[in-house]
Write a new protein. Structure first.
Ligand SMILES: [Mn+2]
Ligand SMILES: [Mn+2]
Ligand SMILES: [Mn+2]
Ligand SMILES: [Mn+2]
Lengths: 226, 226
DNA sequence: ATAAATTATTAGGTTTACCTAAATTTTTAT
DNA sequence: ATAAAAATTTAGGTAAACCTAATAATTTAT
């Protein structure tokens, strides 16, 4: 019985990476997640993705319709949320305890998220003081997979003259995070929209008395609370 | 150039497990480490070991003589020491920070030791206060692979009437560690040899006013400082 | 409605890391 | 010294997770 449960819960690193990628892509577009989307996100070829999707479907982790993409089953969602939980808890640990910068944590968390030990996850959560958000402002699922509500207004959605507090980022690539650091934009940063160019939707934003120009691409990837 | 260095340093989990196993077996017996010894330690079949040894030899991590076992090269030793360092630092972390018992840490450390990130190791070491010994009393190699001198007298080497302080354990199997916990023997435990049976070399030891009988097998696996 | 372009799947290969069974070498016992 | 036993290696196979090239289905554009 115990063995049975272990088998049910054991997935390979690769399978877990796919589950997480599907989870993230699922939030961006509705309907099935495409083979090419996964292929791009995971930097593997489409043929490899197709193969893995068939395997995941066999394990009842996804519903897979040939040519029409995949969606996580409840079981798949549950495990994806565990991986996300672990990823974000470790990121928090790296920044809070080990002097990592927020743009250095991703690669290591990508490995640590696969460490298998229920006790480890729960104790780490406790040790860190049950944080709600990771260093990028992303919500950390609790033991049951429940997400605290995420800050979900984008900076690009603010009107001229509105103010907001930076609560998170969508793109967490190293280059974007380094760009943000250079502009001195971080979690908790206060900002005010001074102007919006109508032709390219770029903004001029007031941060700490400095006027910072930001492209639509940038403002789309910054979450704010107003 | 940078890529080249990365390739040189990247080994698979399996390769790392072999290197560590060879390292441990090398300390127990002199001469080459045998295929069967590795097979037993790693719970794989001898044929699999032979195959891996050829691969490791190809990567200059071991000197391998068909039919006569292997020994780590300098390069292999260096990497084995890094894995041991990581394993023991993580064990220390689990016990000191995450409320693990010393007999619960091994399995998780077995996974964590493979996380690749030079910064992580050094920062973890710093965060933990540069510990010298892991929760089992085993020495933690420093950044350069240097080991602090290990407590190396076995309880079985003490004479009748001698006293000692428990400094470490050789066998770190769950069953042995649980046995020790039951007898309330741990790091720092004071003990006195009350009697040694000549026929089987078993001992009666005084610990905290209780008389505890210990087999030769047990006393061989307990390190003491006198 | 067709053709072209795009996207996805299948077919066939590779490498790693296991396995079993058979063959070979070394060690031990007579 | 030879034979039996034990240890090791080789041969041949499997599954995971990738790949390229060829084929097929879907979507888009004319
Ligand atoms: Mn990962
Ligand atoms: Mn994050
Ligand atoms: Mn390991
Ligand atoms: Mn240990």
């Amino acid at each position: 019985m115990y063995i049975y449960i272990l088998f049910e819960i054991m997935f390979t690193q690769s399978e877990e990476n796919y589950l997480k990628a599907i989870f993230h892509l699922q939030q961006e577009v509705e309907g099935g997640v495409s083979t090419s989307g996964l292929s791009e996100k995971l930097k593997t070829k489409a043929a490899s993705v197709t193969e893995m999707l068939k395997r995941l479907a066999g394990k009842k982790l996804v519903d897979y319709q040939k040519y029409y993409g995949v969606q996580l089953t409840d079981k798949g969602m549950q495990h994806a949320l565990l991986i996300v939980r672990k990823h974000r808890l470790w990121e928090y640990f790296l920044v809070e305890c080990l002097n990592f910068n927020w743009d250095e944590v991703h690669e290591v968390a990508e490995q640590l998220e696969h460490i298998r030990s229920p006790k480890l996850v729960e104790e780490l959560d406790l040790f860190l003081g049950r944080p709600q958000y990771d260093p990028h402002g992303d919500p950390i699922p609790d033991t049951n997979g429940k997400l605290p509500k995420s800050p979900n207004k984008r900076l690009s959605q603010l009107q001229k003259g509105e103010r907001g507090i930076c609560k998170g980022f969508n793109d967490t690539s190293s280059s974007f995070l380094q760009f943000l650091a250079k502009q001195e934009i971080g979690l908790g940063t206060n900002l005010e929209v001074l102007n919006i160019e109508s032709f390219d939707e770029s903004m001029t934003v007031l941060i700490d008395k400095k006027e910072i120009p930001l492209s639509k691409t940038a403002t789309d990837n910054i979450y704010v609370e107003d």
